[in-house]
Design a protein around this ligand. Structure first.
Ligand code: HEM
Ligand code: HEM
Length: 540
């Protein structure tokens, strides 16, 4: 029999055909590789969250090989001399072993912790980007909801992870969690004894948190992130308005090859930065805190940054205890309001904001173009108000340290926090609003008179004027229309007092579909386009 010659060059095509004949993947794969993504630095924030999550998974799996999730008492006999001979839980002893005796263990622990901090920070900044640019509007409300859930599940991931080493700090955090659960009226004691299997701390909480931390929560996160990215893919990414970009298309680069290669590179950068931080900067040195003992609590015990706002809200709460005289009587301790009710309100507000805004603006159309924060002053101002609220609570979470370092009375810090929490957010709202209107005014000036060139000319009559260069009209980049909001002219006319008062803060006219301000980048010459079908029906 004649043997067929082996043709190496034809192998890839042949393999591809063989796979496609069996699984019919060529068409969906081509669609995937041809997907167009718009380019802007702020779209990388979601990717930082994604990449740091991947690092969390990788380092977390490594730690799981060596961590022992048990509260059985052991006598430490590892290489960290100051704690040798100390009775402690197996969990704490294994964390010390990971830090001192497992090869590469300390860098993995530190990378895990740094990536957790980066993950939460990236989520928050990504969420702010989505908020301030209006990317959550129809049709992307579902993705906003999934995103909000991701934040809160990430929060739980961080808290359960922080509790695992069972050192002095993590035990203090668990103690606070048990007090928060106990503060819930009626069901509080039942919830606490169910979670801790009896009295705090019990003997089971670390192994329960371990299952939650390495299995349930990561599983939930992977599922939610998959749906989140699936929706970004299905609904297509928003883009900044600009010449050639409309509500019905996406202008950018195809997934393959440039976009995919860029993303691969960016992952390496994020991984590299986390590895450097894990290698160079110490984080959570549990050996200094000692094993957890319920009666040992040190000052300056701080949680990770994303949990600190709850610590702060607890510190600011006045000691108002409510007694409800039904039956034997119920007590609602002050702790209930800042740690259960406040986060509950924040969860609800974060979940439903897109719907509240759409209702308020009576805007039920689909939006695929982003808005500049200055063009929607009320939203930008609300966002700044929320940030101010959060920052004050977070700083208050460290008010004992601030009081100590700056020699301020702790009581004065608490009162400053209380007053600041009520006064500063509205001030932030007002200032942001005025700044947005000022920036709009500046945009209008640029459109009317062109860009300042810095060239001063003397006119024949002796006056000096600055030469303004008109914005390009038509030409390569097309017209740059300005459709921002307009501050009303006749604010004080009798009979229009309402609009006049509102007009001081609010622009009256609704924004046009695509506010385009000067300075938007021209369309890149090799940009690709993809059309988006409108899903709007009756109410547009
Ligand atoms: C684990 C956390 C998260 C990951 C890994 C993640 C990842 C991403 C990625 C990669 C994108 C596309 C690129 C970009 O626009 O940045 C995206 C888009 C989006 N994300 Fe997230 N995200 C997370 C959390 C959140 C949160 C907390 C929110 C809001 C509450 C949110 C809301 C959105 C929305 C609405 C889009 C569509 C944006 C658009 O088309 O302009 N995400 N996300
Ligand atoms: C979003 C996901 C995650 C977050 C935010 C997170 C956060 C944390 C934090 C802050 C710690 C304390 C680290 C320290 O000791 O300094 C920790 C510990 C730990 N995590 Fe995670 N983690 C995540 C996912 C995972 C995954 C997917 C696994 C395993 C599959 C894992 C396994 C562990 C283990 C075994 C420990 C205890 C070891 C130790 O503290 O040294 N984690 N995690």
């Amino acid at each position: 029999m004649k043997r067929r010659k082996f043709d190496m060059a034809a192998m890839p095509a042949k393999t591809g055909r063989a796979v496609d004949e069996r699984f019919q993947v060529a068409t969906p794969l081509r669609r995937l590789l041809n997907k167009v993504f718009p380019d802007h630095w702020s779209f990388l924030l979601g990717e930082i969250a994604l990449f740091s999550f991947i690092v969390l998974l990788l380092t977390g799996v490594f730690l799981t090989f060596f961590f022992e999730p048990a509260m059985t008492e052991v006598i430490y006999n590892g290489s960290y001399a100051p704690l040798r001979g100390t009775p402690m839980s197996a969990a704490y002893a294994s964390t010390l072993d990971i830090s001192f005796d497992v090869r590469g263990g300390l860098i993995m622990r530190q990378m895990h912790h740094w990536s957790a901090l980066l993950f939460m920070a990236a989520i928050v900044v990504h969420m702010l980007r989505v908020f301030f640019t209006g990317a959550f509007r129809k049709p992307r409300e579902t993705n906003w909801i999934i995103g909000s859930l991701l934040f809160w599940v990430g929060f739980l991931a961080g808290f359960t992870g922080y509790s695992l080493p069972d050192d002095g700090l993590s035990g203090t955090g668990l103690r606070i969690a048990s007090a928060i659960m106990l503060s819930i009226p009626v069901i509080g004691s039942w919830v606490t004894s169910s979670v801790f299997n009896g009295e705090f701390p019990g003997t089971i909480i670390i192994s329960r948190f371990f299952i939650a931390h390495v299995l349930l929560i990561p599983g939930l996160l992977v599922a939610l992130i998959s749906v989140h990215l699936g929706l970004v893919f299905k609904q297509k990414h928003t883009q900044w308005p600009g010449p050639g970009r409309t509500n019905g298309n996406v202008v950018g680069e195809r997934m393959f090859p440039r976009y995919a290669i860029k993303q691969g590179g960016f992952f390496m950068v994020v991984f590299g930065v986390i590895a450097l931080m894990g290698g160079l900067f110490q984080i959570n040195p549990v050996w200094l805190f000692g094993p957890y003992e319920a009666w040992v609590v040190s000052a300056a015990s701080q949680p990770d940054w994303y949990v600190m706002f709850l610590d702060g809200s607890t510190r600011l709460m006045p000691d108002w205890e409510i007694f409800i005289p039904i039956g034997d009587g119920y007590v609602i301790p002050p702790l209930f309001w800042p740690t259960v009710v406040l986060p509950g309100i924040l969860v609800m507000l974060s979940l439903f904001y897109p719907f509240m805004e759409a209702r308020y603006l009576k805007d039920y159309r689909s939006h695929n173009l982003l808005q500049r924060p200055r063009d929607v002053p009320f939203r930008t101002a609300l966002g700044m108000m929320a940030i101010t609220f959060y920052v004050i609570l977070t700083l208050t979470g460290a008010n004992d340290v601030i009081a100590d370092k700056f020699h301020i009375s702790l009581n004065a810090m608490t009162w400053a926090g209380r007053i600041g929490l009520l006064v500063l957010p509205p001030v932030a709202y007002y200032l942001t609003y005025r700044i947005c209107l000022g920036l709009q005014q500046h945009d209008r000036e640029v459109l009317a008179h062109g860009v300042e060139t810095g060239i001063i000319r003397r006119l024949p009559d002796g006056r000096f004027v600055e030469v303004h260069q008109p914005l390009s009209s038509g030409g390569e980049h097309g017209e740059l229309p300005y459709a921002g909001w307009v501050v009303p002219k006749k604010m004080n006319r009798l009979g229009a007092l309402g609009p006049a008062i509102r007009g001081f803060f609010y622009p009256i006219e609704k924004p046009a579909e695509a506010p385009v301000s000067p300075g938007h980048p021209p369309v890149e010459p090799r940009a690709e386009r993809e059309e988006i079908g409108s899903g709007d029906s009756r109410r547009s």
